[in-house]
Structures are given as structure tokens and as C-alpha cells.
Design a protein. Structure first.
Length: 359
């Protein structure tokens, strides 16, 4: 699957329609469609009483998914194992190495990992009933995994430290200005998948080169473990700007009244995705297919999107009130499958850490 922005996003069609008139209320959780009944009945017949979902989703998003599931499939318990994406990835890799097959379905926020996992045979291919609503941009050709939501990786800033947006760095080159020395924060690409994706994408598209990295290293950049920490540092005023913090973390902090906001750079804003798939050797295979049907459905995505601060990927779904339009950020994407071999990643990290003195 090439991770490219679908044309109807840029044209402002299906994915940019407002949900103001279609948003799902808590009392409107009934899923409709023959595929749900068929898989539910089959799972019960197979004595599948549980389905296990490894997910980095927020607590609120997970709660909504649990309510949706319990309303429609009360005889199968949905167990959500919630951790940050890097921790989930580490856990799954460890379980697979030990031949422990605990997870039925997994989700993450690192698309390049999904490419690697498909190559390793970690996924059980399954073409959902809504495949054509997600394909080709958000569905793996073989149905190994699907992107169940879209995030942005925009620039961000402390709105008290820089009250006038005209004074912000408006391009990647602007962050090299001496006035921003000691004022930049970034998630460490060694521990934060989105940050790794960000830098790999910039290098692939030629928006930066390694000489840019060497100049950025002179700016006394503060590296933190992940995007939640980067958002917290910005909101506290400890640092003023960042060329990238995930839209979810920025918008969540902003909704809490913190002095943080996101904005677009001249180069545009990278779009990243939430790949999700059924793991090979799932303990509850039919229930796993049922969960994938929910995650890829328009109704399921609409219900979770506001809580998760993401843009739905099913073409029949609308965007969420309060989220900016993707087109306003000049979104771009890259084919991460060309970057996703382990050697490329390790070579990048070795060179990056050497330049920034983080060996």
C-alpha cells in the first residue's frame, strides 16, 4: 500500500464533510449490516467468548469503542490492552519471538512498522466488507492491514511565548535561525515512531538533507521520549516551538486550556496513519474479523474520531467538528514501504544520533 493522500481529501469531498448533523450520540450505537450478524453468530458458534485488541488509543476513545462493542456483541468480551505505541510494538515483537499469540487485532501509529510486520508474516490477511471504501490508499492490497484513522504531524508552538503567529518559524529552514537556539523541542526518533517517520519522510522527499541535520544539531534541541512529552514541554513554556508534534497531542492539550497550538509550515504537513490488522495465529479468529469490520466501518470510525482526534479513512465517513481541514495544511504523504527495511531505520538512527551527540 502506498501511503498517499487520497484525492478526495485534497478536493474537500467525502472525508471533509462535517459531522455536525451526523455525529453519533451515545444512544445511537447500533451497527447495521449483515456482515456483523454473520460473523457474530459464527464466533459464538466457535465458542469465541473474547477478542483481544492491542491499541495505543486514548482512554476516551477506548471507552467509546467498548460501549459500541458491548451494545452490539454482548456475548463476546472486548479486551483492550492499552499502551503507548512503542511499548505495544516492543511487546508484540517479544511475544512473536516467543511464539506467544495473545493479540487478535493490533493498532499502532507507526505505518512503517506495519510494512515490516507484513513482510515478517505477522498479519492474517482479511478483506473487510468496506475494502473498496478504504482502497487503495488506506487498505493494504492483500488486506494484511488497514489505516483506521489519519493524523497530522504539524509544527507546534507555545501561544503565550509566541502570541503573534507572524513571528513563528514558517519553514524548516527558519528553525535554523539563531533566535530559536535553545527553544526547540522534538520527540526522539529513537523512541518515538512519529518522529522517526517525520525525519525519514523529509529526507525521502528532499525537504531536508543531512547538512540540515548538522545545522539543526547546533540549535540545542531538547529531545524527549515521545510526542506527549513534547506537547507538555511546549505547553509549559519550557520550550517555545517544534517542527513536529502529533496533532492528537497538540489538540488534546489545547482542549484542556493549555497554551499550545499547531500550524502549517511552507513545506506542508506530513500525514500519518493508524494501521491495524488481524495478527497471524489469532486466539479468536472470527471475533477478530468482526472487530476489524467495526474499526474500518464508517460508523465505527465516526464514533471514535472525535475522541481520538483523527480524520476517518472510510470514504463514507465525515470529518470531525473542531478538526481543521486537511487541505488547509497542504498535506503530503510518502511511500513508507520504500523506507521500511530495518537496515534503513538503523542506519538513519546511527547517523542521526552521531550528529546530535546522542550515541
Amino acid at each position: 500500500m502506498a501511503f498517499t493522500v487520497v484525492k478526495n481529501i485534497l478536493l474537500g469531498t467525502a472525508l471533509l464533510f462535517s459531522l455536525s448533523s451526523a455525529a453519533l450520540a451515545a444512544d445511537n450505537l447500533k451497527l447495521t449490516g449483515g456482515v456483523y450478524e454473520q460473523l457474530y453468530t459464527s464466533a459464538i458458534a466457535n465458542n469465541e467468548k473474547e477478542v483481544i485488541f492491542y491499541s495505543p488509543a486514548s482512554r476516551e476513545e477506548s471507552k467509546l469503542l467498548s460501549e459500541l462493542w458491548k451494545t452490539n456483541f454482548p456475548k463476546i468480551h472486548l479486551t483492550i490492552v492499552g499502551k503507548k505505541a512503542p511499548d505495544l510494538i516492543t511487546q508484540i515483537e517479544a511475544e512473536r519471538a516467543a511464539k506467544q499469540y495473545r493479540a487478535d487485532v493490533t493498532a499502532m501509529s507507526q505505518p512503517y512498522v506495519a510494512v515490516l510486520w507484513k513482510q515478517k508474516g505477522y498479519y492474517l490477511p482479511y478483506k473487510v466488507s468496506t475494502f473498496d471504501k478504504l482502497s487503495p490508499d488506506y487498505a493494504d492490497t492483500d488486506g494484511a492491514y488497514y489505516s483506521i484513522g489519519v493524523f497530522l504531524l504539524p509544527a507546534a508552538y507555545n501561544s503565550r511565548a509566541v502570541p503573534d503567529k507572524a513571528n513563528l518559524p514558517h519553514s524548516l529552514a527558519d528553525f535554523l535561525d539563531p533566535k530559536w537556539k535553545g527553544k526547540i523541542v522534538l520527540a526522539d526518533p529513537s523512541t518515538a515512531g512519529n518522529s522517526l517517520t517525520f525525519f525519514l519522510a523529509l529526507l525521502q522527499t528532499g525537504k531536508i538533507d543531512w547538512s540540515y541535520m548538522e545545522k539543526l544539531a547546533k540549535q540545542d534541541v531538547l529531545f524527549v521520549r515521545g510526542n506527549p512529552e513534547a506537547a507538555r514541554i511546549l505547553a509549559s513554556g519550557e520550550r517555545s516551538v517544534s517542527p513536529m508534534v502529533s496533532s492528537f497531542n497538540v489538540m488534546t492539550s489545547k482542549e484542556q486550556g493549555q497554551a499550545i497550538d499547531l500550524y502549517n509550515l511552507d513545506e506542508g504537513t506530513l500525514v500519518t496513519q493508524q494501521p491495524s490488522g488481524i495478527m497471524s495465529n489469532p486466539p479468536h479468529p472470527t471475533a477478530a474479523k468482526l472487530l476489524m469490520e467495526v474499526l474500518t466501518s464508517a460508523q465505527g470510525q465516526e464514533l471514535r474520531a472525535e475522541a481520538g482526534k483523527f480524520w476517518p479513512t472510510n470514504a463514507d465517513a465525515g470529518s470531525v467538528d473542531g478538526l481543521p481541514k486537511l487541505a488547509d495544511f497542504k498535506p503530503y504523504n510518502v511511500d513508507l514501504s520504500k523506507l521500511s527495511d530495518e537496515k534503513t531505520t538503523q542506519d538513519f538512527l546511527a547517523r542521526f544520533n552521531k550528529i546530535f551527540g546522542r550515541e
